[in-house]
Design a protein around this ligand. Structure first.
Ligand SMILES: NC(=O)c1ccc[n+]([C@@H]2O[C@H](COP(=O)([O-])OP(=O)(O)OC[C@H]3O[C@@H](n4cnc5c(N)ncnc54)[C@H](OP(=O)(O)O)[C@@H]3O)[C@@H](O)[C@H]2O)c1
Length: 325
């Protein structure tokens, strides 16, 4: 069986907060066989498997790597555990879709990518945004010159986050901090729409636990345009993006999970793109299986190089703010 008729067995590791949103879509995607869920807690794995229609639950992660029915392992645990699990999955010959950021440390991300290449096994960081139809439409408008010469962009991912210092977002031992968790989104979007980042500078503040609670990041891009990206766990919610050109602008509300993009010229709304599918990760899931159909070890929509550049940019931001040395 090959090409578009092939069904893929999916195994999920870490039935926590985001896993629920992902699984809700995964189980409705064609060619997906939801095989198994693994948790450190068997009861939790079994309950999640029952709730979302997976075939079985495992009380340890290794059992999932050993399951011959699993083709693709989706890793959705705190960032610091990504590397170890992705390595074990790749070594077991399983294709890996690992939540963002692939790892908090560029060298470690690079090692995983090398392992993917040397073993010929698929590896992808789960950056859903670039696969969304509204974002792809924005990219097409830009490429078609609809807003003229690119000048500026502004993208924010801010929300009032947890105050509990043990929460994953605040805890340095779990890879906490606004840059790795949400700063990655505006950095990804501005790079996608404005071209490679040539320079980056950042300012920000740290929590008492030593992770960034807020950061402002300025980037200069290959297109000649520049961008300001904000991320925070300690402000009102702000999640929109605007790209400004010499002849118009594109607005993308709630861009990380965009359902629409709006094109303005001369102050007038001239075109809009609306995606009512309700899918946030469906396009990403399909892209993984399409890449596997082709025998690829990376996904053209979010390549290994994209992962490395984002990893290096986030590390540089965190160095400038003082959360890593
Ligand atoms: N793509 C997106 O839109 C999106 C959105 C949100 C989050 N994410 C990413 O998804 C990942 C998980 O985020 P989340 O908020 O879903 O995490 P979470 O609910 O805090 O944890 C997910 C799972 O990780 C394991 N885990 C949690 N704390 C642990 C600890 N202290 N030690 C060992 N294992 C632990 C648990 O698995 P067990 O069941 O085995 O105990 C838990 O069920 C992160 O990398 C995040 O960046 C992506």
């Amino acid at each position: 069986m090959n090409g578009e008729s092939k069904t893929y067995g999916w195994g999920l590791i870490g039935p926590g907060r985001f896993a629920q949103e992902f699984a809700n879509e995964l189980i409705h995607v064609e060619r997906v066989n939801p095989v198994a869920v693994a948790s450190r807690d068997f009861g939790k794995a079994e309950a999640f498997a029952n709730d979302f229609g997976f075939g079985k639950g495992y009380g340890d992660y290794d059992a999932l790597f050993e399951d011959p029915e699993v083709d693709i392992v989706y890793i959705v645990v705190p960032h610091v555990f990504h590397a170890g699990l992705a390595r074990r999955a790749l070594e077991a010959g399983k294709a890996v879709l690992c939540e963002k950021p692939l790892t908090p440390v560029p060298e470690v991300s690079g090692e995983l990518i090398e392992l993917s290449k040397s073993s010929g096994v698929f590896l992808m960081e789960a950056m859903k945004t670039g696969f969304l139809p509204a974002i792809q439409q924005a990219k097409r408008w830009i490429e078609a010159g609809r807003i003229g010469e690119l000048k500026l962009a502004r993208a924010d991912f801010c929300f009032p986050g947890p105050s509990d210092p043990h929460d994953r977002l605040m805890n340095p031992d779990l890879g906490g901090g606004a840059v790795l968790d949400v700063g990655i989104y505006p950095l990804h979007l501005t790079r996608l729409l404005l071209g490679e980042v040539l320079e980056i500078s950042a300012e920000g503040s740290l929590t008492a636990t030593g992770v960034e609670d807020s950061a402002s990041m300025m980037t200069r891009h290959a297109s000649g345009a520049s961008a300001v990206s904000l991320c925070s766990f300690q402000t009102e919610e702000a999640m929109s993006a605007t790209v400004f050109g010499s002849e118009g602008k594109i607005e993308i509300p709630r861009f990380h999970a965009a359902t629409e993009a709006l094109l303005y010229q001369g102050g007038e709304l001239v075109e809009s793109c609306r995606d009512d599918s309700g899918g946030m990760v469906t396009a990403e899931i399909i892209a993984v299986m399409d890449a596997l159909d082709r025998g690829a070890i990376e996904c053209a929509g979010h390549t290994h190089e994209d992962t490395m550049r984002l990893s290096e940019l986030m590390h540089e931001v965190r160095k400038q703010i003082g959360s890593v040395s």
